[in-house]
Write a protein that binds this ligand. Structure first.
Ligand SMILES: O=C(O)[C@H](O)COP(=O)(O)O
Length: 228
């Protein structure tokens, strides 16, 4: 039996100001820090001990992981950071206010961009100022793998190789794992491990800073799921 904990980062500064964020590297808000610290205390109270931690290459998830580990007295736990756990890339919407976008394009269109499984947002090109192609942390990535915008389907397709190559093997060894990531990279993982349909995943939300704890059997079937 292994434990798997998903935690979406605490509230970010751009969650607070209601901006499409995606791969933009914003910090946690004050409330986000408090949520991540509280998550650590809840993990400690639940007596959960980790063997391995995974996070994205974005500050809000990395800091959330560190607060959660520190709050549960296990900041020493080995961690691996991967771009594959990044938030879904929101393309040219990144930096726009979500309410203003709804006024401009209509609520239905914005809902489709945010929650449909396979509709892409308007894309950024590699030469656009905000493109991840200009960011040193992606320098080792094949330029073709750097997205200009992603839907949940594309996000799932780049998250799952990391699950299969890194996370699942650890769990199969019986190790306890924490994954500190993002609303949509975690929705993709949730869809995959819970076998949720393309239609039903639209209604699945991840709360900021809330640990979701799975008990998995030795074939990685879900035995239980609770939210702390
Ligand atoms: O990237 C973002 O804007 C948020 O972190 C997640 O956004 P969503 O709720 O629109 O999926």
């Amino acid at each position: 039996m292994a434990k798997l904990v998903f935690i979406r980062h605490g509230q970010s500064e751009w969650n607070l100001s209601n901006l499409f964020t995606g791969w933009v590297d914003v910090n946690l808000s004050e409330q986000g820090v408090a949520e991540a610290q509280a998550a650590g205390e809840k993990i400690k109270a639940a007596g959960i001990e980790f063997d391995q931690a995974y996070t994205s290459v974005l500050t809000r998830a990395i800091k959330t992981l560190h607060y959660a580990l520190e709050g549960s007295d296990q900041l020493w736990v080995p961690e691996i950071k991967s771009w594959r756990l990044n938030e879904r890339h929101y393309g040219a919407l990144q930096g726009q206010n979500k309410a203003e976008a709804a006024e401009q394009f209509g609520e239905d269109q914005v809902l489709v961009w945010r929650r449909s499984y396979d509709t892409l947002p308007p894309l950024l090109s590699a030469s656009d100022e905000g493109s991840a192609a200009n960011d040193r942390r992606y320098a080792d990535l094949d330029p073709k793998a750097i997205p200009g915008g992603e839907n949940l389907k594309v996000t799932l397709e780049r998250v799952i190789p990391f699950w299969e190559d890194e996370i699942a093997p650890k769990l199969l060894e019986g190790k306890n794992v924490i994954v500190a990531a993002h609303g949509n990279s975690l929705r993709a993982l949730t869809k995959y491990i819970e076998n949720i349909s393309d239609a039903d995943i639209m209604g699945v939300e991840m709360a900021t800073g809330e640990p979701v704890v799975y008990d998995l059997d030795d074939k990685l079937n879900i035995v239980s799921k609770i939210k702390l």
